[in-house]
Write a protein that binds this ligand. Sequence first.
Ligand code: ATP
Ligand code: MG
Length: 347
Amino acid sequence: MKILGIETSCDETAAAIVENGNQILSNVVVSQIDIFAEYGGVIPEVAARSHLETILPVIHKSLRDAKLDFEDIDAIAVTHTPGLTGSLLIGTLTARTLAILKRKPLYAVHHLKSHIYANWLSADNPPHFPLLALVVSGGHTQIIYMREHNHFEIIGTTRDDAVGECFDKVAKILGLPYPGGPAIDQTAQNGNPKRYPLPHPKVSNLDFSFSGLKTAVLRTIQAELGLSIKTPSFELKNHLSTQQIADFAASFQNTACDILLEKLSLALQSHPNIQSIVLAGGVSANQTLRTKTQSIFSKQYQIYFPEPRFSGDNGAMVAAAAYFESLTHTPPTNPYTLSIAPRTPIH
Ligand SMILES: Nc1ncnc2c1ncn2[C@@H]1O[C@H](COP(=O)(O)OP(=O)(O)OP(=O)(O)O)[C@@H](O)[C@H]1O
Ligand SMILES: [Mg+2]
């Protein structure tokens, strides 16, 4: 079954064709990073306008790269929640129109399901159930229990900021370029992760909190520089040496990863039959997170990370998620009535 997957939930315009949820026939991603680097963050109206200009060329390229016509496609899949309203509208309106005109079944896919199913792409030995997915992205930080395909249960979630958002905000304080996650990952390679001890939040159960960690970095930088806590965060980077920036990046990254993996350990204790651990979302590209997860859990569990090109937003993961949804006999969506939702929990 060949599915065209369309993704426009944030600032990537993406389309891909995937066969049977696994075999990638094409994968086209046009990122708006260059537009938003100047502003240090996404401007929703600009993102939507950019999707509008790019979506049709991206879909056509995905067909050309796969050497296929629309007649060869069995279904269309599109992200309909969660995400930026304008961005979701462009993707879903395009997908709905194509589904009607080309008479194809349409699957509406939850963005976090797609991030999880990125782990099935090109996998010779796909994850085994039951599994725990640690979803770490720009907008979400969750531990999700999957008993089987298309069964999702949130067992832990962030009470405030997402971990990716925290990487981006700390990077901004340190004067690193947008997007902050990859910049911290790279800069931290020259830093000492033990130089600046940072606190772990005291949150009960399996929930997370990352807003305190961001403030702790801010206060530690101010103290290190002997500056008042009233010093604005945007001034601090001018006073930091290259080594201090690297040490702060490494100390922050190390603490953020430890916080994530401590909760994952707790979740594994309360779910004794878990076979696989699956990391998903943009932050799953982080080298330290990958290394630590392997070293702590690989003796007992199968560990999965998406290929780095599939850890951020892309259309291939949307197609994979739709394929596995179709296997559970979930009927396709009505293209005339499909609506978008900026926020819906995975279920
Ligand atoms: N190597 C890395 N280390 C840490 N963070 C990273 C790395 N690469 C990307 N990120 C972070 O991943 C996030 C983007 O991930 P993703 O595209 O999954 O998020 P999103 O789609 O904006 O949000 P969501 O998926 O929650 O709707 C950004 O916060 C980015 O800084
Ligand atoms: Mg995403």
